[in-house]
Design a protein around this ligand. Structure first.
Ligand code: B12
Length: 189
């Protein structure tokens, strides 16, 4: 499942041409071996105009952080369906928010996150821990795509507005630390 950096899946033919609407780092969590959820999300995002790097299943936290630093995505999308997503997600978002290069990159999580179905209180804890949104298991992709669009649009605008450092070597825009969106509780209804 692990794909070359920055590559697109050969099958995602219906993606519109032109500049990407944003870049997404897609991954599962360290314990989760399921892959079709990731394939589904990759195709969904690519067909909606985003560049996607899909890290695949059973991704150790350190690898995910290293790939996120390397790719500097607009948004990190975490998917888990094996029932350990909340536990893995809490640990992972702690590591992401503690990393100086990544703490400004919005991350969302979704899927079948626990073994007992929907749990609003547990989802609220994930938001408190630092996820920008938590998506319960649902066939409705609208709220997710809306959030990804909002995040990518905001980050593009922040990049355009960000003060640049003028040095003897030219102009160096900062890629990180731009304004984060307020926490967004996804409405599955
Ligand atoms: C196929 C399958 C497997 C295959 C996976 C093969 C592969 N290459 O992926 C195998 C046999 C390997 C497997 C293993 C296991 N599985 Co399994 N598996 C399934 C099964 C039957 C289908 C999953 C699937 O591919 N669905 C198709 C994809 C496209 O859909 P999806 O995964 O449901 O994801 C959708 C949504 O959740 C959502 N979504 C997912 N992530 C995200 C993220 C975001 C941001 C958003 C917006 C949306 C979103 O989008 C998708 C499309 O709607 C499901 C049961 C079922 N019918 O769902 C169980 C299921 C997921 N498995 C389950 C379990 C428990 C396991 C095992 C732990 C079993 C075991 N004891 O060993 C292991 C996992 C071990 C591990 N380390 O992870 C449970 C999880 C229980 C839970 N969460 O409450 C399920 C639900 C079965 C069940 N009813 O108990 N499994």
């Amino acid at each position: 499942m692990k794909r070359p950096r920055g590559g697109r899946s050969p099958g995602a033919g219906s993606r519109s041409t032109g500049p990407a609407r944003g870049s997404v780092l897609l991954s599962s969590v360290s314990s989760d071996a399921h892959t079709w959820n990731l394939v589904f999300l990759q195709l969904l995002l690519e067909e909606n105009g985003y560049d996607v790097v899909n890290l695949g299943a059973c991704v150790p936290d350190e690898l995910l952080l290293a790939e996120a630093r390397a790719h500097a995505p607009d948004v990190i999308v975490i998917s888990s369906v094996n029932g350990h997503g909340r536990a893995d997600g809490r640990r992972l978002i702690g590591a992401l928010r503690a990393d100086p290069m990544l703490r400004g990159v919005p991350a969302v999580i979704g899927g079948k996150l626990g073994v007992a179905g929907a749990d609003d209180a547990a989802d609220a804890e994930l938001l408190d821990a630092g996820f920008a949104a938590v998506f319960p298991d649902s066939p409705d992709t609208g709220p997710f795509l809306h959030l990804v669009d909002t995040v990518c649009t905001a980050r593009r605008a922040a990049r355009a507005a960000v003060p640049v450092a003028r040095t003897g070597h030219g102009v160096i825009p900062s890629r990180f630390g731009n304004g984060l969106l307020p926490a967004y509780a996804a409405d599955a209804s």
